[in-house]
Design a protein around this ligand. Sequence first.
Ligand code: XIL
Length: 354
Amino acid sequence: MIDRRALLAAPLALAACERFAEAQTPARAVPGLKSITPFPVGTCIKSNQIDDPAWVDLAGKHVSQLTPEWEMKMEYILADGLDRPRFDGPDRIAAFAAERGMRLHGHTLIWYAQGEEAFAHLDRARFTAAFDAYIATVAGRYRGKVVSWDVVNEPITDAGDGLRDCHWSRALGQDGYIIRAFERARAADPDAVLFLNDYNLENTPRKGATFLKLVERLMKAGAPIGGIGSQAHLDIEIPAGQIRTFIRNAASLGLPIHISELDASLRSDRRVDLRSREQRLAQQTGRVGELVEAFMALPASQRFAFTVWGLRDTDSWLRQGERDDGQDQPLPFDAGGRPNPMFDAMVAGFTKRA
Ligand code: XIL
């Protein structure tokens, strides 16, 4: 006789089994990203990730360059005020990078979004002296430890119509604060490659063009700019070809290019979103693939590094706090370190023959 209870229980048991199997599925065997590219592959890092063995394993397999996600920023270093710079976090990251033989990319010396409070009480002469001293202290401390710096971060307005007005530009001039920052960074660390870094350069063509005009002006003014950093927080809905066009235009200036903070959110915060998950994944892998191919098409001397802004989705700044919908997959690996479709798109691009 058939046991009805057993029959009813069977699907439930099967479902439970599948869930268990999914949780236990080991990451499928994949190549280490750094082992298939002739240039460094990077990720951002927070010092507490050094205490997460799963993160350390994943980073050890895939990346050869690190960018401090937060702890080399003014907000962190000057948390206790101008006179008491704090270096515990960045020192720990620098030691980890050295121990593991990974390159370290400094991020970031001067950013419109930070330092306003710490510098607010200073008159003009003191402001300038403190600006110079900050760069001398920070870039000097990591001289020989970093290969490169984002000297100025995000100088262009969101609309892309010009340079941001900020506490630095009001004191030192719009191009003035940028040129001065590069000169001070060069004096503090003669060997580091010095980058200008910004976002939406591929997403917003007007912003990309304004950014490249600024780079040209800096070069003409003799500022020691050594590279272009494109953050590449990609909008996966932009038309095909737009990313390639920006990278080509950037390359025409002859400087090395750093894809410095790649992530590609599946979400759209701008409107009601009717796309299926499959459509979004196809858009994401399409645009990431285009970026990788455009980078691969550069002359070797212009491929500085290719950096993702986190390894696992759950590490992403887009998956923190209120912004987190629990679903987004902006990075190459899932919470368990298993490869996402984005990872496969990267591998396909990195290994494609021209
Ligand atoms: C973000 C970090 O990911 C967050 O953890 C932090 O709280 C805020 O900054 N452009 C940049 C990065 O240059 O420094 C930003 O990183 C993301 C946007």
